[in-house]
Design a protein around this ligand. Structure first.
Ligand code: AMP
Ligand code: MG
Length: 477
């Protein structure tokens, strides 16, 4: 017991600041917990000794069992619009907050356990998670982190020894997720809908103190909070767009206040450019398609703005509208600046970037590969319509700085070679399910250093072979 205490100094400012939004709840007992993957770098960043985490008491803590004295797991409550439909009570149906840790850099991080059994918010679902989807979340989070994109990360995946029912019996697992916080737009929606403005205010104060402390000194701190979230999220979704990431389920409960990417379910990286790309079998209307992500985010942020209205006073609605109206330009700025870096330009050229996306779409060019071959000077070979490429390339040439070698080096610093491509991810998870983690670790290794081309990983930098089935993730997560 004391070992676990020494592992992490767990705190719970959220439960103390906003008690109405946490429900103490125990994890089910895992019959035979075994550590499958441990993120040693992240453990060290959290101030924990990986060797101690591997011991029985450590593994037990990672599934929420045999908690040290004074530690209580809690299910967090929230609401949210899923597929545009408001659900007044969601919450952690299968996850528990273990506590908060201040990491070696002084940042407060949540430790959250996913797959710990049903909570009162489970809505009839089983509260369990299968090993495949939890490894998927681990891999995606690490890939995004290595790309420099704000994201929750995985500390560990532990198999529980329980079998869970999906379309076939699957091994159960618990993912230990590390996040700047688990405050979601849906959390604010829930607090607003409760009608108790003291809860809403306490939540907003907690969010400010935790994520945007200097907003407390603004003339209107709650409006400033809204502004900061809008800005952080605009920056985030631009980053997604710049690497071809499709989240898949941009419900308001999957939009964070911190500006981190959260909840990797039916998500994936686009291969050939197509704004209509979706990966979720549930997304039949393309609501969360690649090209719609920036506008869906604005819709989600509008839900945040309206939830904050009770704190904003008389002209709050106008102020919220004004902030929302500034979002498209803010997004465009982030995107255009990111595209400039990808293209090796010192100044953004939005028209050149937009025209490129249309050209890549028209010519079915692999998004990730394009920027690397552009830096290498061999992009032309990837187009059927070479004149169309030449015309675009001439416009870019005219804008390039003189030192071309430096341009290529800079481009290769921001354009990945390795992303968790769908066919590689699927193969790695399938092997893992059969007990072979070698492909998983190899892919994890590749995507953890995404900009460094390595000869031994050649096949990891290539798009799916022609004729491969289009990838779809089913939501049986
Ligand atoms: P997600 O798609 O992971 O963001 O989940 C959406 C909501 O459904 C969250 O509130 C989850 O906690 C809940 N949920 C998802 N899967 C399960 C499950 N197997 N059992 C209970 N709740 C779940
Ligand atoms: Mg979610």
């Amino acid at each position: 017991m004391t070992t676990s205490r020494a592992l992490f100094d767990l705190d719970s400012t959220y439960a103390r600041d906003v008690p109405a939004l946490s429900l103490p709840w125990p994890a089910v007992t895992a019959p035979d917990p075994r550590l499958l993957v441990l993120n040693e770098d992240l453990a060290a960043e959290l101030g924990a000794d990986p060797a101690v985490l591997r011991e029985p008491a450590g593994v037990s803590l990672l599934v929420g069992n045999n908690l040290p004295d004074g530690v209580t797991t809690t299910a967090l409550v929230y609401a949210g619009h899923q597929w545009g439909v408001y659900k007044p009570q969601l919450g952690d149906g299968r996850a528990l907050l273990l506590g908060e840790v201040v990491d070696v850099h002084g940042r407060r991080r949540d430790l959250h356990l996913k797959g710990t059994g049903p909570t009162p918010f489970a809505r009839g679902f089983d509260g369990m998670a299968a090993v495949g989807p939890m490894l998927r979340e681990y891999l995606m989070g690490e890939a995004m982190h290595a790309l420099g994109i704000p994201t929750t990360r995985a500390l560990a995946v532990v198999t529980t020894g329980a079998e869970i029912e999906r379309d076939r019996p699957l091994p159960g697992a618990v993912l230990c997720r590390v996040a700047a916080s688990h405050l979601r737009v849906g959390t604010v929606q829930y607090a607003a809908a409760s009608g108790d403005h003291t809860v809403l205010r306490a939540l907003a104060d907690h969010a400010i103190a935790r994520h945007f402390p200097d907003a407390a000194h603004a003339d209107q701190p709650y409006l400033e909070l809204f502004r900061r979230v809008v800005d952080a999220q605009a920056a985030l979704v631009a980053r997604w767009m710049l690497v071809g990431f499709v989240h898949g389920v941009m419900s308001t409960d999957n939009t964070t206040i911190s500006g981190e990417t959260i909840d990797y379910g039916p998500c994936a990286f686009m291969d050939a450019v197509d704004p209509a790309t979706v990966f979720s079998s549930l997304d039949t209307t393309g609501r969360y398609a690649y090209g719609r992500q920036p506008s869906i985010l604005q819709w989600n942020l509008a839900r945040l703005g309206e939830s904050l209205l009770p704190l904003l006073g008389g002209d709050g609605a106008d102020a919220v509208e004004e902030v929302l109206a500034s979002y498209p330009a803010a997004y465009e700025r982030y995107w255009a600046a990111g595209m400039a870096a990808k293209l090796g330009l010192s100044t953004p050229d939005p028209a050149l970037s937009t025209d490129l996306m249309a050209l890549l779409h028209d010519q079915h060019v692999d998004f990730t590969t394009f920027f690397r071959v552009l830096a290498a000077g061999t992009a032309r070979d990837h187009f059927l319509d070479r004149e169309a490429f030449d015309a675009w390339a001439a416009r870019r040439e005219a804008l390039l700085p003189a030192d071309r070698a430096a341009v290529a080096t800079e481009m290769n610093r921001v354009n990945p070679v390795y992303i968790p491509r769908n066919h590689l991810t699927d193969a790695a998870l399938e092997a893992a399910e059969q007990g072979d983690l070698t492909p998983f670790h190899r892919l994890l290794d590749a995507v953890s250093s995404p900009f460094d081309e390595r000869p031994d990983l050649e096949e990891y930098g290539k798009p799916a072979p022609a004729g491969a089935h289009p990838h779809v993730t089913f939501c049986g997560t």
